[in-house]
Design a protein around this ligand. Structure first.
Ligand SMILES: *[C@@H]1O[C@H](CO)[C@@H](O)[C@H](O)[C@H]1NC(C)=O
Length: 339
């Protein structure tokens, strides 16, 4: 009897762990739908490609109306950017923000599942438009609140890891003074609205800039054990180290409660140093496998992450930038990958 009872306990534990584990992983991965190509499929075909590959989340870099129409009733959850060109207007004019939210969000809600509005991408601290990010976030937030959507749709901004003045070891992570000047009030805003910080995380560029100091295995999640021991935390891959450097910086800035969403990550399949189909496949597949586990500093908290990008984009800068796609513009995969 005891053995039989133990068997059922184990069986039930197994079923629960499957039920818990499968949705976490499946829902955590998204793919960025960049459109800087003159040979890309129409948005309806793109949305079908997401669905046939089981990709449940998308990042869209501007409120392209054809894409938004194609996303209706698709169940795909969306990060949508406010493009840089709109920021000054949305920052300085609350009614421009209200109109933008009405035309691009409210008009499609709830048949399009907006998750986050990313007000600007990689503008802090160096871009001339950085000054408009927070005032535009505030005006977009006010407009969403007026529409009663402030609990369903969160307002944030996307930064790159260049906001860090220190990043090694991860526990030393700290924002640069220049970034901190912009981020301090933005983090206060994010805390107040229970919104995440969106961060583009590219181990590829760190590795390519510094291959004598960083091993390829550490960058590709294939190291056999701990590569960087940082106090109580052991790092087997550079991705975790970069995300945790951001968490350490958030903690030092009094914002340890702000969650990091990885709004871009990827590896190029061609066009430059260490850019190969094999490395891209290894990085992206291992990232997909990995995100459910969290980082050492946030163990067990599944990381919401978006692969960059859906397609190779021929209107980006020549070289690696044109070769981050999971798919060619004709819809054929660049390499097999299980999403
Ligand atoms: C929307 O996206 C499609 C497909 O990429 C493109 O052809 C179209 O020009 C875009 N529309 C706008 C207004 O940018």
């Amino acid at each position: 009897m005891a053995t039989r009872k133990a068997f059922f306990v184990i069986l039930i534990a197994l079923l629960i762990s499957i039920l818990v584990a499968v949705p976490t992983r499946a829902q955590s991965i998204g793919v960025c739908y960049g459109m800087l190509g003159n040979n890309l499929p129409q948005p309806t075909a793109v949305v079908n490609l997401y669905r046939s590959n089981g990709i449940g989340r998308m990042r869209l870099y501007d409120p392209n109306q054809t894409a938004l129409r194609a996303l209706r009733n698709s169940n795909i959850q969306l990060i949508m950017d406010v493009p840089r060109t709109e920021l000054q207007s949305l920052a300085s004019n609350p009614s421009a923000a209200a109109n933008w939210v009405q035309a691009n969000v409210v008009a499609f809600w709830p048949s399009v599942s907006f998750r986050y509005i990313a007000v600007g991408n990689e503008l802090i601290p160096g871009d001339a438009a950085a000054q408009y990010v927070l005032p535009a976030m505030r005006n977009v937030q006010t407009a969403l609140s007026s529409a009663g959507l402030q609990n369903q749709i969160k307002v944030s901004t996307a930064v790159d890891t260049g906001v860090l003045g220190q990043s090694f070891p991860p526990s030393n992570g700290a924002f640069s003074a220049a970034a901190q000047a912009y981020l301090a009030p933005i983090l206060q805003f994010l805390r107040g609205n229970n919104a995440p910080l969106l961060v583009n995380v590219y181990p590829y560029f760190s590795y390519a800039d510094n291959p004598s100091q960083i091993s390829l295995a550490y960058a590709l999640f294939t190291a056999g054990g701990v590569v960087v021991q940082d106090g109580q935390f052991g790092y087997q891959n550079l991705f975790d180290a970069q995300v945790d450097a951001v968490y350490a910086a958030l903690e030092k800035a009094g914002s340890g409660s702000v969650v990091v969403v990885v709004s871009e990550s990827g590896w190029p399949s061609a066009g430059g140093f260490a850019a190969s189909v094999s490395n891209a496949q290894t990085y992206n597949q291992n990232l997909i496998r990995h995100v459910g586990r969290g980082t050492p500093r946030r163990a067990g908290r599944a990381i919401e992450a978006y692969l960059f990008a859906m397609f190779n984009e021929n209107q980006k800068s020549p070289g690696v930038e044109q070769n981050f796609g999971l798919f060619y513009p004709n819809g054929q995969p660049v390499y097999p990958i299980s999403l």
